[in-house]
Design a protein around this ligand. Structure first.
Ligand SMILES: [Zn+2]
Length: 225
């Protein structure tokens, strides 16, 4: 008999095999798009029953295979898999704990988003209407050392407000309804950062009128009016 929580979920959660294939597909895409290098970056997805599928440490995302992935429980204890889970596991667990509405987390090192976090561009949130509509307010999470509990804790209060964050001097983290969804949030964030970078190279990016930026943010926060 199916459990009550799992049976009411809609759309149905992908099978473990489908989730393994999705992680592999989007890890390769993250690498192809230049959103990470070598062993950087990590991806996780809920499997149901309190289990989470996550990328291992020390494996290049360009060559990752479905059998390389690790299953952990909600406390991060390994349930299955030959390797060790990513060193950024605390960050993934923190997001999944704080956002019961999301299924997957993508952490990457997209170069332009990282570069913008170094100069604190003032125009991150008020120049591109489609970015405000899709991502809301883009926040830069103050620096914490990669792989630490401190970095995981630094997401508190922020990941509840925003599906995608820039981590100062480090990368991005995105929480989505699927691996694909979290990947595309990452792609949107990096694309916005690229546009801003080019604008900064050409001159001083002009902001949207303040009232329009506010209206767009309100439309993002209350999509049904
Ligand atoms: Zn990282």
């Amino acid at each position: 008999m199916r459990g009550p929580v799992e049976s009411v979920r809609f759309p149905p959660r992908p099978s473990e095999g489908e989730s393994r294939a999705a992680i592999v597909q989007f890890c390769r895409l993250l690498h192809q798009k230049g959103f990470l290098s070598a062993n950087d970056g990590n991806v996780s997805v809920r499997l149901g029953g309190g289990r989470i599928l996550v990328t291992p440490t020390g494996v290049a995302k360009a060559f990752i295979a479905p059998e390389d992935l690790i299953v952990v429980d909600e406390e991060g204890r390994k349930v299955a898999g030959a390797r060790s889970a990513t060193s950024e596991l605390p960050m993934h667990l923190e997001v999944l704990r704080r956002r019961p509405d999301v299924e997957a987390v993508v952490h990457a090192h997209p170069p332009t988003s990282i570069a913008l976090s170094l100069v604190r561009s003032p125009r991150l949130n008020d120049v591109l209407p489609e970015v405000i509509l899709s991502l809301g307010r883009i926040e830069v999470v103050p620096y914490a050392r990669p792989g630490t509990e401190a970095l995981a804790r630094s997401l508190a209060g922020r990941i509840e407000r925003s599906d995608a964050l820039i981590l100062e001097r480090h990368g991005t983290i995105a929480a989505g309804r699927s691996v694909a969804d979290a990947y595309f949030l990452t792609e949107r964030l990096e694309h916005a950062a690229e546009v801003l970078w080019r604008a900064h190279a050409l001159g001083r990016p002009l902001p949207l009128p303040e009232a329009e930026a506010r209206a767009l943010l309100s439309a993002h926060e209350h999509p049904d009016g």
